[in-house]
Design a protein around this ligand. Structure first.
Ligand SMILES: C[S@@+](CC[C@H](N)C(=O)[O-])C[C@H]1O[C@@H](n2cnc3c(N)ncnc32)[C@H](O)[C@@H]1O
Length: 431
């Protein structure tokens, strides 16, 4: 499974519904003090049906939640928040919930999740057989990290082998809920002005150090509805992701190619850093994704983005030595953005990761020709695995095509160190 940018976008939207607490922390306080929160049969049914579609019909969690929320216009904001949060957290903690549940019955699984959250279960027929003390006993008996962190065994083994001692902290961090981060559109505002403007609307933010255009929401809320978003004053983009366009060192007037542009998050940032002067060519093999780029560019007040679908290798050959800067934001496992897309861990396999690695090397080999001599190519992933990151760059540099490039530097951004998504960003200069 390769993550698409559209999927990242939609899940970022859905994440806004989620409350700030994560299941993990509640598990440790588990069942000592039970919270009273009323359950309603129609919203619980919505959660159970959504879980069925995700795990038994193999659908994407973000799409299922979107459809579920649209299916009942009578649900208010609190109902919607309950459904989105419960589904996301059940997906994140799916293995753990299954380990401690009395059965695989979907209501039993929901009941177990609810108890793990520290809540009280109502005396519904559906929850018969789900008992607090039995759940607690089973939880306390668990010893394997894979079960406790709710990940497949193969992923735990791969993470431990590739990241060594860092894996424990990293998987812990990747199971937390993601923060909501904005990128101020500096074509229309400044970070400070945006912060003040949002504050006037009752939206508190803080400015993280080291990320010049980023603002982090102090409290989760639907920031897409804010008029400032419609005016194009900001985009929603994780702070680590904002490091990617910065790494290209673009200047006004440059010719820049974003070869795996998807819905255009990085293209927009690049054009903004260029002061909307020059040209950004946004390309992707999936032409439908580029339509989003166009729409977003208009909202951002950007005119220099041109989109082009990659039909075949001729599209690439025609652009030989044409770019001052080339961004290869390649498809990847998405393990660095597990917080936003928890279902990734159930859809990935060692084979799908091996397969995406082939695509990554293929893109490096075939697309590197587009950068001019003296120009800079940036290779980026939202993965934390060295096999998708530095080892791909090393392999490329050892190859024939790689002989034309000099390695400049790289950033291995881990979630437990940065507090934001996991990313990898390498800079190479064409000789
Ligand atoms: C990580 S996503 C890009 C995210 C995007 N840059 C953003 O900031 O929103 C990777 C993209 O690569 C595209 N892709 C996959 N194989 C490709 C190929 N061979 N050439 C170009 N793009 C490809 C996918 O369709 C996907 O949109």
């Amino acid at each position: 499974m390769v993550l698409g940018s559209a999927s990242i976008l939609i899940s970022a939207y859905l994440l806004l519904f989620l409350a700030a607490s994560s299941l993990k922390f509640l598990i440790f306080a588990v069942l000592n003090r039970q919270k009273l929160m009323r359950l309603y049969s129609n919203t619980v049914k919505g959660v159970v049906n959504a879980i069925e579609e995700i795990f038994y019909d193999q659908q994407y969690a973000d799409k299922v939640i979107e459809r579920t929320l649209k299916s009942n216009k009578k649900w208010g904001a609190r109902d919607r928040g309950f459904i989105a949060e419960s589904v996301y957290e059940m997906v994140r903690w799916w293995r753990l919930i299954n380990e401690v549940s009395p059965s695989e019955d979907l209501y039993h699984l929901f009941g177990t999740y609810w108890l793990l959250q520290g809540h009280h279960l109502p005396p519904w027929e559906e929850f018969e057989g789900v008992h607090v003390n039995a759940v607690k006993r089973k939880y306390e008996d668990l010893t394997s990290r894979a079960a406790l962190q709710s990940i497949p065994d193969w992923l735990d083994e791969m993470g431990a082998e590739l990241l060594g001692e860092e894996w424990d902290d990293e998987i812990n961090a990747l199971n937390e809920q993601a923060q909501v981060v904005l990128r101020a559109n500096t074509l229309k505002t400044t970070r400070e002005a945006l912060m003040n403007r949002l504050q006037e609307d009752g939206v508190e933010t803080y400015a993280p150090k080291g990320y010049p255009d980023a603002l982090v929401l102090a409290k989760r809320q639907n920031i897409f509805r804010n008029p400032a978003f419609k005016e194009g004053l900001y985009e929603i983009q994780d702070a680590s992701s904002q490091l990617v366009a910065q790494a290209l060192g673009v200047e006004p007037g440059m010719r820049v190619i974003d070869a795996c542009a998807g819905a255009g998050g990085k293209s927009l940032h690049l054009a903004t850093l260029m002061g909307d002067k020059g040209r950004v060519l946004s390309m992707d093999i999936e032409g439908w994704k580029l339509k989003n780029t166009k729409l977003r560019a208009r909202r951002n007040g950007i005119s220099i983005i041109e989109t082009r679908t990659i039909e075949d290798n001729k599209t690439i050959k025609r652009l030989k030595a044409s770019a001052d800067r080339l961004l290869l934001d390649v498809p990847c496992s998405g393990l660095g953005v597990l917080r936003r897309n928890p279902d990734t861990k159930w859809k990935l396999s060692p084979e799908s990761i091996a397969n995406v690695q082939l695509i990554q090397q293929d893109i490096l080999q075939n697309y590197c020709s587009m950068v001019k001599p003296g120009g800079i190519m940036v290779y980026a992933t939202c993965s934390i695995l060295p096999t998708e990151n530095q080892r791909q760059v090393e392999k490329f540099l050892e190859s024939e095509k790689g002989q034309d490039f000099t390695f400049l530097d790289d950033q291995k951004v881990l979630a437990h160190e940065s507090g934001f998504d996991g990313f990898y960003i390498a800079r190479l200069e064409r000789k």
